[in-house]
Design a protein around this ligand. Structure first.
Ligand SMILES: [Zn+2]
Length: 391
């Protein structure tokens, strides 16, 4: 098996809990990659020899970013809706229907080529693990083919038939829930690892969300939830009660929600690109962290409420607008985001420690702080995925 040593690393973010600080930083560091795994981590002066040597030239190396929430399978775009919103039209969940019509009309090849392009765009910005949801098909056929497309790009595929009630079921949302939990689930489950529901006024209520999660879990999928994006509601507590790994958005939380998150250990995945793109108030990450809640950050890349694929932008927003330190924000897009996808085990991702998958990002900067300090600057100079240089 071929080995590579990356040496001359000015600052290495390991996220190794055995090392000091939130990020387990090592200075003047080296990493040895063997095959698709991290084999050795330590001081450059002590690094073992390898077949290939790469000099980082004093720059920073971090774990590859994990984007635990995205909607990449769709056709069309909603630039006009965005422009209208920026001139004063408020965001409503129904805008999703525009993407649904375009997605239904698009052939599989187009859906795949567009989603693959977004995954490449993410990779160039350091994202080496991505979760992809369906949710713009909303028929059995269109949800199943959306997930089959997503499956070609990631193992982390999520069935989101319960994204919004499609127009043809507007008069009878419960009949749509029966479709989602019945034939649609049956067609989608073979292509999905997770099941998700948009539990929000204007989308699905808590009883409908529970029914979808019950059916999904019975079919072998694991639950995720969108909740608390547009206002407070029972969705966050539902996620905690069920012991879901994560609940996503969490922009509007009541005290009982924060308590439930702390007690259950359910990760609050915050999606600051949404607030940025919709001009809404940001979630209070500081209050969550101070209460002992685990916080992840993800892009929510989607054609409506947030069309960014940039994890570095999310880090910058979390630091600038949500009270996170640069170290907390970097941890939230690596180790905690990996945990939100159940990928934080000894063979997982999100940390640079021996045994983990060799997913690494080289920054054109001396430290992780520059991700927030230099917003909007393309700092990612190199990416290794499964041990291979891909950028
Ligand atoms: Zn979403």
């Amino acid at each position: 098996m071929s080995t590579t040593v990356i040496t001359g690393i000015g600052e290495l973010v390991t996220n190794d809990p055995a090392r000091e600080g939130v990020l387990g930083l090592v200075t003047d560091a080296a990493v040895v990659i063997e095959g698709d795994r991290v084999a050795w981590v330590g001081r450059a002066a002590e690094a073992p020899a390898a077949d290939v040597a790469v000099d980082a030239g004093g720059r920073a190396v971090l774990p590859g970013f994990v984007d635990s929430h995205s909607h990449l399978v769709f056709a069309g775009d909603r630039a006009e809706e965005f422009a209208a919103r920026m001139s004063g039209t408020p965001y409503a969940a129904g805008g999703i229907r525009t993407s649904v019509a375009a997605t239904r009309a698009a052939p599989d090849e187009l859906l795949l080529s567009r989603a693959a392009q977004l995954v490449q765009e993410m990779l160039r910005q350091g994202t080496t693990t991505v979760e992809i949801k369906s949710g713009y098909g909303l028929t059995t056929r269109d949800e199943a083919r959306s997930l089959a497309v997503a499956r070609q790009l990631t193992e982390h595929t999520t069935f989101l038939g319960a994204h919004v009630v499609p127009e043809e079921h507007a008069d009878d949302p419960d009949a749509y829930v029966e479709l989602v939990t019945g034939p649609m689930l049956e067609a989608c489950a073979p292509h999905a690892r997770w099941i998700d529901v948009f539990c929000e006024t204007g989308a699905f209520d808590v009883d409908q969300a529970r029914a979808v999660l019950d059916a999904g879990e019975a079919a072998g999928l694991r639950g995720r939830l969108h909740a608390g994006q547009l206002g407070p509601g029972p969705g966050v507590r539902l996620a905690c009660e069920r012991g879901l790994l994560a609940v996503d958005h969490c922009t509007y939380l009541e005290a009982a929600d924060v308590e439930a998150l702390r007690e259950s250990g359910t990760i609050a995945t915050l999606l600051p690109g949404v607030e940025f793109s919709t001009s809404q108030p940001y979630p209070d990450a500081r209050a969550l962290l101070d209460a002992g809640v685990r916080v992840a950050l993800a892009s929510d890349c989607n054609p409506g409420s947030c069309f960014t694929s940039s994890i570095p932008l999310c880090v910058a927003l979390a630091v600038r607008e949500m009270g996170m330190t640069p170290a907390e924000a970097v941890h939230a897009v690596t180790a905690t985001a990996a945990a939100a996808l159940d990928e934080d085990g000894p063979r997982g991702v999100g940390r640079i420690v021996p045994g983990r998958r060799a997913d690494l990002v080289l920054l054109d900067a001396p430290s992780h702080v520059h991700l927030a300090y230099r917003p909007g600057v393309p700092l990612v100079a190199g990416v290794w995925q499964k041990g291979r240089p891909v950028v």
